[in-house]
Design a binder for this molecule. Sequence first.
Ligand code: NAP
Length: 248
Amino acid sequence: MIDALGRPGRVLLLGGTSEIGLAILAALPLSSDTEVLLAGRDGKRLAELGSSLPCPVRILYYDATAVESHQAFADEVFAGGDVDIAVSAAGILVPQSELDRDPLLAATLVDTNFTGHVSTLLAVAGHMRAQGHGALVVLSSVAAVRPRRANFVYGAAKAGLDAFAQGLADSLRGSGVRLMLVRPGFVVGRMTAGMAPAPLATTPEAVAAAVADGLVAGAGTVWVPGRLALLAVLMRLVPRPLWRRLSR
Ligand SMILES: NC(=O)c1ccc[n+]([C@@H]2O[C@H](COP(=O)([O-])OP(=O)(O)OC[C@H]3O[C@@H](n4cnc5c(N)ncnc54)[C@H](OP(=O)(O)O)[C@@H]3O)[C@@H](O)[C@H]2O)c1
C-alpha cells in the first residue's frame, strides 16, 4: 500500500531494463521497504540494474510476446502481495525500411508494443481490481496520434495500445484502480540512438518527472513535453496529401 508519505509498497516495471522505466523508478518516492519487481528477459542485466536501486528488488522473467504466459505471470506477481504501481514499458523500435522487408519482424513489433500489453495489462488490472487499489502507467507515444509513412507499423501498434489503454482506464472507473496514459515525443536515449532528435525532443528524466507528478496529481493523460498536446491537435488537421509527404 502507499504509505502516509506517498511511498509505494510494491512497484512492478514491465520491461525492467527500459531507460524510461528505470528513470521513472528513480523519480518515484521509493522507501527502503518498497519492493521493486523488475520484469524482463535478461536476468543478468536486470540483476545488475536492480543492485543500484535503494530497496529490495525481485527479478521476474517476462516476455511481452509470450501472451499465453501473461495470466500466470500476473498471478505470480500478486501472489507476493499487492502492487501499488505497474509501469508497462516494454517496446521496440525498428526502422520501417527493415519492417517492409521482414513482415514477421513487423508482427513481433506489434506483439511487443501492443498485443503483449493487452494480455499483460488485463491480467494485472484484474488483480488490481481484486485488491481495490493501484495505478497502471502505460507508455504510449506521440506516434499514436497519427501514424506516419516513415514509421507506420510502430505508429499503428502505439495507436492500438493508446486506444486500448483509454478503454481500460474508463472500465476501471470506480474500482479504486486508475490508469495513466503517457505520451512522450521523441526521447533521446537508447531506443533512439543514432537518430536525429525530432522537434520537442525530451529525455527519460523529463518523462519520469512528468509521470511522478502525474501520479501525485491523479492525471489521466500526460504529454511530455506538455506542448505536444497542442502539436497533436495540429497533426490531426494536416491534410493527408501533405501528411504523406513527411519524410520522417
Ligand atoms: N524512446 C522514445 O523515443 C520513446 C518515445 C515514446 C514512447 N516510448 C516508449 O516508451 C517505452 C520505453 O522505451 P525506452 O525509451 O525506455 O526504450 P528501451 O530503453 O529500449 O526499453 C525498452 C524495453 O522493452 C523491453 N522489451 C523489448 N522487447 C521485449 C519483450 N519481447 N519482452 C519483454 N520486454 C521487452 C526491453 O528489454 P530488453 O532489455 O530485454 O531488450 C527494454 O526493457 C517503450 O514502450 C517505447 O515504445 C519511447
